[in-house]
Design a binder for this molecule. Structure first.
Ligand code: CP
Length: 303
């Protein structure tokens, strides 16, 4: 692979190759002596984050360092963008320095594709672009879900919440449905995109209490930072009552997933967030392994 801008061209076989590699890397994380590799020795990777991040940014940096890459953390504040340099000139400047890979998060949908066209020869890896896609999130989720259930074939998965603003929902629906899951989107209509069913599942406006048969309920944070002022938004209490995961609304045995960060008391109660039936921290751990696998596939073995 030359990079990872989205999952549009990923087949079931691609996911299976990824899962094999990522689960090996996840096992290696348990050994402090065995987890350090030199697969990316001599490669320079820049992490270019224009939006806030904890999980994606730290786990990419950890994955890059565990694979032996030289890592540069770039941030827009303090850069020459503040002196009027365009993003295009900034990107060409970084390429001229000889970087090999670039992990990017940006609020504009399609920004990683723009960089891929602009910087041939540099592996562009998408750390989240607007509400369009977050491919490495979906891959790490696939790793955790597959490890927990063995297979997603025929598993009912409910993706609940702010689907309209969610790059995670789009990527997770694509990856999980390719691997055989049956996707349902749940949440108030005001938080759904007009074409919600084109994302690969059916839409049910019901509250979580009505969702009885799910193997996984995948919760989304309400992204207030992406909402337009005129959009209708239910109150936090009202939202939690109908669409929040609580010990009352989620049957025992249903697995809870969440990409993080979580908002306790909104989409998830503390009892569920801290309870035994969620994969939230396992997803975080899978994040390091999944990103090691992606970096290996994109940059490992490049002469
Ligand atoms: N899930 C996720 O992308 O989290 P961060 O915003 O903390 O990276």
């Amino acid at each position: 692979r030359k990079g990872l801008t989205d999952l549009c061209d990923w087949s079931r076989e691609d996911y299976e190759v990824f899962l094999g590699l990522a689960s090996d890397y996840k096992r290696s994380l348990d050994s402090t002596s065995g987890r350090k590799k030199d697969i990316l020795k001599g490669r320079v990777v820049v992490n270019l984050f224009f939006e806030p991040s904890t999980r994606t940014k730290v786990s990419f940096e950890m994955a890059e360092k565990l694979l032996g890459a030289d890592v540069i953390d770039w941030s827009s504040s303090g850069s020459s963008l503040s002196k009027g340099e365009t993003l295009r000139d900034t990107a060409w400047t970084l390429k001229a320095m000889g970087i090999d890979g670039l992990v990017v998060r940006h609020g504009r949908a399609g920004f990683p594709l723009f960089l891929q066209k602009l910087l041939p020869g540099v592996a562009i890896i998408n750390g989240g672009d607007g509400a369009r896609s977050h491919p490495t999130q979906a891959l790490l989720d696939l790793l955790s879900a597959t490890e927990a259930l063995g297979s997603l074939d025929g598993v009912p998965v409910v993706i609940a919440g702010d689907v309209g603003h969610s790059r995670v929902a789009r990527s997770v629906a694509r990856a999980f449905s390719t691997m055989g899951a049956r996707i349902t989107f749940a949440g108030p209509k005001s938080l759904m995109p007009a074409d919600v069913e084109s994302l690969g599942g059916v839409y049910r406006p019901d509250g979580l209490q009505e969702v009885k048969d799910a193997g996984i309920v995948y919760l989304l944070r309400i992204q207030k930072e992406r909402q337009q002022q005129e959009e209708f938004f239910p109150s936090t209490d009202e939202y939690h009552r109908y669409f929040g995961a609580s010990t009352e609304s989620i049957p025992q045995g249903t697995l809870i997933m969440h990409p993080g960060p979580i908002n306790r008391g909104v989409e998830i109660s503390s009892a569920v967030a801290d309870g035994p039936n969620n994969l939230i921290l396992d997803q975080v751990r899978s994040g390091v392994a999944a990103r090691m696998a992606i970096l290996d596939l994109c940059l490992g073995g490049v002469a």
